[in-house]
Each structure stands twice: as structure tokens, then as C-alpha cells.
Design a protein around this ligand. Structure first.
Ligand SMILES: [Zn+2]
Ligand SMILES: [Zn+2]
Length: 192
């Protein structure tokens, strides 16, 4: 019985297996490197980064799947951008781009709200520029605003009453008051 010559086939198989092995090894290294970079972009915590890489080193592809499930949802750059956007939005609200009453969108130079007719600003009496309702002087032309803001009362102290020279009444010498003579008890006549 003659065995077929398998040496060629075996060496080809060995080569094939070696190729697969090398490919898997490269894939493993690539997964580790990718996990390291990805975890570094998502967390500043060294412990988290080491744990993520160790997960892939030990468990390989299932480890990578676990990492993909457990990793922080957003990268640090995305988080930073989101925080920036949030700050910008807050600033927008602070600049009051909406009506304080009905929250309708308004322009900063509106005088009244087009939706609910709330008075938002006033015009300068002199130069007609848009002024804040609280201002009682125009910052553009320096004109004091005549119409006082509702709810604000100007309190001026009343002038002190004019002092009239008053004459001190001279006390008149009081006339001698007749002395009241005490009624002397009349000696009762002896009644017998
Ligand atoms: Zn409104
Ligand atoms: Zn003015």
C-alpha cells in the first residue's frame, strides 16, 4: 500500500494555518491598540483605561464586545462640545431672546411683544433709541426720561413750612383775685 505524498499538502496547510494565526494575532494587537485609544478618548481615569485594555487582552473578541457595551457613551471631545453648546444656550436665555411673559421669540429691539403686547422696551424722548424700561436716563444722549416707570414713585421731601415770627404772649399781671372769704361758721344761736 502506498501512501499518497502528503508532504506538499501538509506544508501548504501549515502555511495556511500560520497565515491565519498571524492574521488573528495582528487582529488581537489591533483590537488592543484600538481599545487603548478609544478608552483614552472617553475617560481620563487610568484605572478605566487599564481595565478596558485588559478586558480585550484576556477575552479577545468577546472582551472587545464587552468593552463596546460598557464604554462611556460619549468621548471627552463630544462631552466638551455638548457642554459648550449648553453654555451657549444658557447665554441665549440670559440675553432674553424670548418674551418674559409668553416666551414668544422676540428681537432685542422690540418695544412690545407681538404676541401678548407686553411692553418690553421704551423709546428715548429725545433721540428715539430703544431703552430698557428701568432706565430713567438715556445712555445715548443723556436725556432724562420724563415718563416714570410704573411702580416707581419719585419721593421728594415736602418743603419745610415757613416759620412765622411768633410773639411770645406777655403774661399780664394777674389782678388780685379776691380772696375767697371762707364762710365763717355762724355761731349757731343757742336754741332752747
Ligand atoms: Zn409675549
Ligand atoms: Zn436719547
Amino acid at each position: 500500500m502506498q501512501l499518497p505524498d502528503l508532504s506538499g499538502f501538509t506544508s501548504a496547510l501549515q502555511f495556511f494555518v500560520a497565515c491565519i494565526g498571524a492574521y488573528l494575532f495582528a487582529l488581537w494587537i489591533a483590537m488592543i491598540v484600538w481599545t487603548f485609544r478609544d478608552s483614552r478618548s472617553r475617560s481620563r481615569d487610568i484605572f478605566t483605561q487599564v481595565l478596558s485594555v485588559a478586558l480585550v487582552i484576556v477575552f479577545n473578541l468577546p472582551g472587545l464586545l464587552l468593552y463596546l457595551i460598557l464604554r462611556p457613551r460619549e468621548t471627552l471631545a463630544e462631552k466638551y462640545e455638548r457642554e459648550l453648546a449648553g453654555e451657549a444656550m444658557l447665554q441665549d436665555i440670559e440675553e432674553r431672546q424670548v418674551c418674559p411673559v409668553c416666551h414668544h421669540k422676540i428681537s432685542p429691539d422690540f418695544i412690545v411683544c407681538p404676541n401678548c403686547h407686553t411692553k418690553l422696551h421704551k423709546k428715548c424722548d429725545h433721540c428715539e433709541r430703544i431703552l430698557n424700561l428701568k432706565w430713567n436716563v438715556c445712555p445715548y444722549c443723556g436725556e432724562t426720561q420724563g415718563t416714570p416707570v410704573v411702580g416707581r414713585t419719585i419721593t421728594t421731601p415736602p418743603p419745610p413750612p415757613a416759620r412765622l415770627p411768633t410773639r411770645q404772649p406777655v403774661p399780664l399781671p394777674s389782678p388780685e383775685t379776691p380772696k375767697a372769704i371762707p364762710p365763717s361758721p355762724q355761731p349757731a344761736e343757742g336754741q332752747s
